[in-house]
Design a protein around this ligand. Sequence first.
Ligand code: GDP
Length: 304
Amino acid sequence: EDLDKGMAKTKESVFMKLTRVVAGRSKVDDDVLDDLEEVLISSDVGVNTTLKIIERIQARVAKDKFLTTNELNTILREEIQALLIDDKVDKPRNLDVPDGVKPYVIMVVGVNGVGKTTTIGKLAYQFKKAGKHVVLGAADTFRAAAIDQLVVWSQRVGVPVVKQQMGSDPASVAFDTLASAKTQDADVVIIDTAGRLHNKVNLMNELSKIKKVMQKVVPDAPHEVLLVLDGSTGQNAFEQAKEFTKATEVTALAITKLDGTAKGGVVIGVSDQFQIPVKYIGIGEGMDDLQLFDGKIFVESLFK
Ligand code: GDP
């Protein structure tokens, strides 16, 4: 229900467009497929993934000779769901952390403005609500505002944050955070990082240095590298995914601002194109407006 409400815009729009494609047509022919292709592309699904979906539907039309538009709906739903790789990875699929991993370290990456800090705050809140001891690390030392915002969220949620002055070494902040988390016997550590894409070599070096230094305290850290993307930015999100996956290993995606977009296809396209599961979606600015992503529920909500 929350998802339905949160994604009202995305849902309405994609559903309405699909309905328009189907309306007044008795069977799926090339015209319908052309229109469908247009809807998917204009919903930010991305060209590659759209073509993949169209090809699969074409194959089924060829096989079954005749396809009603009702059947098209069902098939489309199945094909989109099959593209969402969320169930195919062996990662904890809930807000619980795996047994015996303590602290569970999440490194959060993404460019400024996508909702990185907000997502960290929401995650901290939900982990805390689940009874976990959470520590935040302000390793985006490039902007004073980034540190301040993380402090605001830490106060709002009621969890400690480890920080240094603006301009200090991000890896040193990450080290301090993990050391402090160990002392506090923390369950979860969430590390914010700077996302300056205009200097790609620096980005790569900075992230790998943060990782290396963290591993001095927790040898298998980070357990999760979460890339935050703004679901309302279409092609930019694809570009950012491309750059960040070049700079570091990304194990999961958080797609934000799905409440504010009539598109939302980024969720389908990015996950398919980069073969990274969407783990969380942001559907508002409040602490509760973060959901564990469930491909089945997502697709159902698009077509309901
Ligand atoms: P950062 O620069 O990446 O850390 O971005 P922030 O976390 O500061 O977020 C930038 C803006 O996006 C803020 O105004 C947030 O309230 C807003 N925001 C973040 N996530 C969501 C979301 O899921 N939905 C909506 N509507 N706004 C969001």
